[in-house]
Design a binder for this molecule. Structure first.
Ligand SMILES: Cc1cc2nc3c(=O)[nH]c(=O)nc-3n(C[C@H](O)[C@H](O)[C@H](O)COP(=O)(O)OP(=O)(O)OC[C@H]3O[C@@H](n4cnc5c(N)ncnc54)[C@H](O)[C@@H]3O)c2cc1C
Length: 497
């Protein structure tokens, strides 16, 4: 099948049924290509929004912007919605576009290798092999939970869990619970947990800049208007989009306003000056993700919550031992320590031309042309890949740009009867230079450690520019940036003419 002329459109293997995989599937359908399969390792769709069920889990981007631009739902009640709401929205979208029959659940792709002679990717997973001309890998940046490298973690005799794998069975009432980490997830679940427990010890390495979230319920007239006049919803979306872009300006020009708002909110709820000092970051707002919450500071003000800044020496059978020598006995430990973000594609082994292993190519930090293509890995596209994460706008916007780009590349393969297209090293060098320059001059490089960077300090995750620039650069693939290899059959036909 695969070495013959492609008549139905190249076959596409989409890996992952999160926002990225779903979006790419819908865009392929819209382009008339039904020759694809979405491989999903879990038994349900949704990615991030399936896995993160911790109390308080919600999206930081107002919902009008955290939806597909082609599927704006008027039925929401509030401006910021929960992970369960987004999961339900994605389920509805999958059904509406008839995508479910294209998804192969419980199929984790472990390996993919490119057969150059046939222009085909061979994928292996769940004890089976599959083939496709093209891979679109939507395996997520925030998908593999990260635990801290603390000795003794396995010795703790009480229950412990990661925020992305919430233990809903455990009754928190009356317990002394330790929370390790103060990242984006902890900011959301700590206020919920502290209401239930007798005592919460928050083990903090670095405090976060947390500003109020402008949450509100929609009035009934607004909901009627959203349903009756789609242009009104588009207008809201537009407004939110440009406010996000302004936020980028604020991070990168001066974080003073954000600093002021966060400190004012903290002082309103946290009276203890020792706690205030412990909770005030010493790095620029935006260097790590600025977080939005209306519950965080009231939670920090509670007398039943201690902020522990002494570093942890070890986890013991009964709790935590600090470097200062103090023991903190705990009934349960919750890890709010985020994700392994810089090892793109996770454990998946990807082998390109000449047997090159993508992990080896990325040993100094992942990079891809427009976050999508890597020289030597033909017809292989990343979704939400290197340097496409944002601190100021919706990832769905970036993912839509990528899905549009990939669909145009798939069309090119078909229209020009290509065996493959492979991005030129010089194209990646040029785009990556621009991305790294942006990052170097950005707040992401302002002297903090964050999940945006490798241990060596290279920013591999973030796009440090306005998102409309990303849209502009990716709106049409520049095929001069690619080596285009014709199918042997097409070459013969040309020679015979
Ligand atoms: C708690 C939390 C809050 C967030 N809040 C925001 C926000 O406010 N705004 C924002 O823009 N973004 C936010 N994000 C980022 C969010 O991850 C993205 O917006 C978006 O969901 C990414 O979608 P994705 O499809 O690329 O990845 P994911 O949602 O991670 O989905 C990846 C999918 O691929 C599957 N998969 C992975 N590897 C394989 C494999 N080898 N084989 C088969 N299947 C595989 C997974 O099971 C999963 O279903 C948040 C993330 C988290 C964790």
């Amino acid at each position: 099948m695969a070495s013959q002329r492609i008549t139905d459109g190249p076959s596409v293997a989409i890996v992952g049924a999160g926002v990225a995989g779903i979006c790419t599937g819908i865009k392929l359908l819209a382009a008339g290509n039904r020759n694809f399969t979405i491989y999903e390792k879990a038994s349900e769709i949704g990615g991030t929004w399936r896995e993160n069920t911790y109390p308080g889990c919600s999206c930081d981007v107002p919902l009008h912007m955290y939806q597909f631009s082609f599927e704006l739902d008027p039925g929401w009640d509030r401006k910021f919605v929960t992970s369960a709401d987004i999961k339900a929205y994605l389920e509805k979208v999958v059904d509406k576009y008839g995508l479910r029959s294209f998804i192969r659940f419980n199929t984790e792709i472990g390996e993919a290798s490119f057969d150059e002679a046939r222009g085909v990717w061979q994928l292996r997973g769940a004890g089976e092999s599959f083939e496709a001309h093209v891979i679109a890998a939507g395996t997520g940046q925030l998908h593999r939970p990260l635990y801290p490298a603390l000795p003794g973690r396995e010795n703790f005799e009480g229950p412990s869990w990661h925020s992305a794998d919430w233990n809903h069975e455990y009754d928190l009432a009356g317990k002394h619970v330790g929370v390790i980490g103060t990242g984006a997830s902890a900011i959301q679940f700590v206020p919920e947990v502290v209401r239930k427990v007798a005592r919460l010890s928050l083990f903090q390495r670095t405090p976060a800049w947390v500003v109020p979230r402008p949450q509100r319920d929609f009035a009934s007239w607004e909901k009627i208007l959203y349903g009756a006049v789609p242009a009104f919803m588009r207008l809201q979306r537009w407004k939110i989009y440009w406010s996000g872009e302004l936020l980028f300006y604020a991070f990168h020009k001066s974080g003073d306003k954000i600093r002021e708002m966060a400190i004012e909110a903290m002082k309103a709820d946290v009276a203890d000056p020792v706690k205030q000092a412990a909770l005030t970051p010493d790095y620029a707002p935006g260097c790590k993700r600025v977080l939005f919450s209306n519950d965080w500071w009231p939670a920090m003000g509670r007398s039943s919550l201690d902020v522990v800044t002494d570093p942890i020496e070890t986890i013991t059978a009964t709790g935590v031992k600090l470097k200062s020598g103090r023991d903190v006995p705990l009934d349960a430990i919750i890890y709010g320590t985020g994700f392994d973000t810089t090892h793109f594609l996770g454990p998946m082994k990807v082998t390109g031309l000449g047997g090159a292993d993508i992990k080896n190519v990325w040993r100094k930090g992942a990079e891809a042309h427009h976050g999508m293509t890597v020289p030597g890995f033909p017809n292989f596209f990343l979704l939400y890949g290197p340097n496409t994460n944002l601190g100021h706008n919706s990832i769905i916007f970036m993912i839509e740009c990528q899905a549009n780009y990939i669909v145009q590349c798939v069309r090119k393969l078909k229209d020009d009867d290509l065996l493959y297209l492979d991005v030129k090293p010089e194209a990646l060098r040029a785009s990556n230079l621009s991305v790294q320059n942006d990052n170097e001059n950005s707040v992401f490089n302002a002297g903090c450690t964050s999940w945006y960077k490798t241990e060596e300090g290279k920013v591999t995750n973030n796009w440090a520019n306005y998102t409309f620039k990303y849209w502009w650069r990716t709106r049409r693939p520049d095929f001069a940036e690619y080596n285009l290899r014709k199918r042997p059959s097409a070459l013969k036909a040309i020679a015979a003419e």
